[in-house]
Design a binder for this molecule. Structure first.
Ligand code: FAD
Length: 287
């Protein structure tokens, strides 16, 4: 973990673009609450094939106008043509956006049309070719490895390609086993990768949803966490309290050992992230 300790810590929150008037209102409240914590940035996800293109852009603009905090759109290449990606990048540039999260993305099952760029390293290369150093580029990292990876070693090499293509920093998939992250960082260090790799944190608030996401993205839920969650049944308050405890301990462990920051997958809710933030005393820490 030594290589990560010299980076300035970064704390950020991720949202998805809301669809209905009700969820738009909910995100407004969430972004206001989280803005009070003065994070380094917010980020907004992007649907495969550009399905949320306009909503991602509108959400990013709304957040930065209303909160004054930097907002970074995610952008994925799967299902989009280079021309379309170029238009998106130009719009972001013209709107003064300086940070993007560059991903391959996933197509919903049954969809066709991969787009021209096959992997995120090609997208990073494309962004650098089209826009030079304008954007700070974040990419995804997988301490427990990507579910489609041929093997751990090739996944690591593929991660390295994204950094070599010009990414500035990375955010990990969420995980609950800190040792997977430490081991991943050590492997990156051995490959000579010198960028901050911020830990992605999923606060536990809903057992069924967590199981569904983890199944899809390959994040492991440790057996002891799963069994305890199942024991709570429909008792949401206990799930929440346990989830906040476990996630706070994980974050504390990661920061103590040199993680260069935390990126919270908020699911457009503020309560759990605010509680964890306050438990950690992040305001008092040297951010
Ligand atoms: P890549 O880095 O391209 O990797 C994908 C797979 O291909 C891996 O198995 C890798 O080993 C392999 N691979 C990579 N490069 C090569 C190569 N050159 N040759 C052969 N194999 C290769 N999804 C969305 O749709 N929208 C979002 O907004 C979004 N935000 C995310 C934010 C974060 C922080 C994270 C961690 C994930 C996010 N995702 C999002 C999910 C992500 O799109 C999926 O995990 C997707 O399956 C992989 O994207 P990637 O950018 O990591 O792909």
């Amino acid at each position: 973990m030594e290589s990560q300790k010299h980076f300035k810590r970064s704390f950020s929150f991720e949202f998805f673009p809301p669809r209905t008037p009700e969820s738009i209102g909910k995100l407004q409240t969430t972004q206001e609450e989280l803005a009070k914590l003065n994070p380094d940035f917010f980020s907004v996800t992007f649907g495969a094939g550009g399905s949320t293109r306009d909503r991602t852009f509108e959400t990013v603009q709304d957040i930065s106008e209303k909160t004054g905090i930097e907002a970074a759109p995610h952008i994925s290449c799967m299902g989009s043509l280079n021309e379309e990606i170029k238009v998106i990048l130009d719009n972001y540039k013209n709107a003064g956006i300086k940070r993007v999260v560059a991903l391959r993305g996933d197509l919903p099952s049954g969809s066709v049309g991969y787009g021209q760029l096959r992997y995120a390293n090609e997208l990073v290369e494309f962004i650098r070719k089209e826009t030079g150093d304008h954007f700070h580029i974040e990419v995804a990292a997988y301490p427990e490895f990507h579910p489609q990876a041929a093997n751990a070693q090739s996944d690591l090499k593929n991660f390295a390609r994204k950094i070599e293509a010009g990414a500035n920093s990375a955010i990990t998939q969420y995980f609950y086993n800190p040792f997977a992250y430490y081991r991943f960082i050590d492997s990156c260090e051995k490959l000579g990768l010198d960028v901050p790799i911020v830990a992605g944190i999923m606060p536990i608030i809903n057992c069924t949803q967590l199981l569904r996401f983890s199944e899809a993205c390959g994040a492991e839920i440790p057996r002891w966490i799963l069994l305890r969650l199942q024991e709570f049944g429909d008792d949401r308050a206990s799930i929440r309290a346990f989830g906040i405890d476990v996630t706070t301990e994980l974050c504390e462990e990661l920061l103590t050992n040199g993680a260069p920051g935390l990126h919270f997958y908020t699911m457009n809710q503020s309560d759990a992230s605010v509680k964890i933030w306050k438990n950690l005393g992040i305001d008092q820490r040297d951010k």
